[in-house]
Design a protein around this ligand. Structure first.
Ligand SMILES: N[C@@H](CCC(=O)N[C@@H](CS)C(=O)NCC(=O)O)C(=O)O
Length: 208
């Protein structure tokens, strides 16, 4: 039975469509139009109490019973556990996946997300402080990623759910005004991932 993916066409939504495609799991997209506040609907809040996409319902959860999961990082870990793919079994190999996944969830998402927000502020006086602060932090994070990828093909050993999480946000680099030419290792990683057929499907599937 197919996993239901409650989502919208955003970086956090794309992480999960990419992971599902890479894992070869069948899924059905259930669009939640966040421009129309559908994320506040009662039925959606039952599976995603933070009123944010993405969330999934897996009819074939642990013990064969359905399970819902919200928060994209938790969904990625769940899917990795479920399939045994893109999440190493060995704890020593798994730790870097945890590290880079949490790095994305805590910074490489919230910070460029604030850049997107402040770019939309019309009054330049209101805009200036926030835009400067979050752009600077976003560039710092791209620098961290670039250094990590200098000696590594992927962020955490073999290709993992951490790469999918980061890719969802790197996909929006133009929107948060980052030129990948400044970060050649990120660019190499980004282009290699975007060339993968399953990643392409994950970015092309209609989510809205
Ligand atoms: N930490 C959450 C963040 C999810 C999130 O911010 N989702 C946005 C779209 S990318 C959303 O649903 N926004 C609706 C709102 O702000 O009400 C996750 O990674 O799942």
């Amino acid at each position: 039975m197919s996993i239901e993916l409650f989502t919208w066409n955003t970086p956090n939504g794309r992480k999960i469509s990419v992971a599902l495609e890479e894992m070869g799991l069948p899924y059905t997209v259930r669009p939640i139009d966040i421009t129309k506040n559908e994320q506040f609907g009662e039925a959606f809040l039952r599976i995603s109490p933070n009123n944010r996409i993405p969330a999934i319902v897996d009819p074939d959860g642990p013990g064969g019973a359905p399970i819902s999961v919200f928060e994209s990082g938790a969904i990625l870990l769940y899917l990795g556990e479920k399939t045994g793919r893109f999440l190493p079994r060995d704890l020593r190999e798994r730790v870097p996946v945890y590290e880079w996944l949490m790095w994305q969830m805590g910074g490489f998402g919230p910070m460029p997300g604030q850049v997107h927000h402040f770019l939309g502020v019309k009054d330049p006086v209101d805009q200036r402080y926030g835009l400067e602060r979050y752009s600077k932090e976003t560039h710092r994070l791209y620098g961290v990623l670039d250094r990590r990828l200098a000696g590594n093909e992927f962020v955490a050993g073999a290709l993992s759910v951490a790469d999918f999480a980061i890719l969802g946000w790197a996909w929006r680099h133009e929107r948060h005004r980052v030129d990948l030419a400044t970060y050649p290792n990120v660019r190499r990683w980004y282009e290699a991932l975007m060339a993968r057929p399953a990643v392409k499907r994950g970015f092309e599937v209609a989510l809205s």
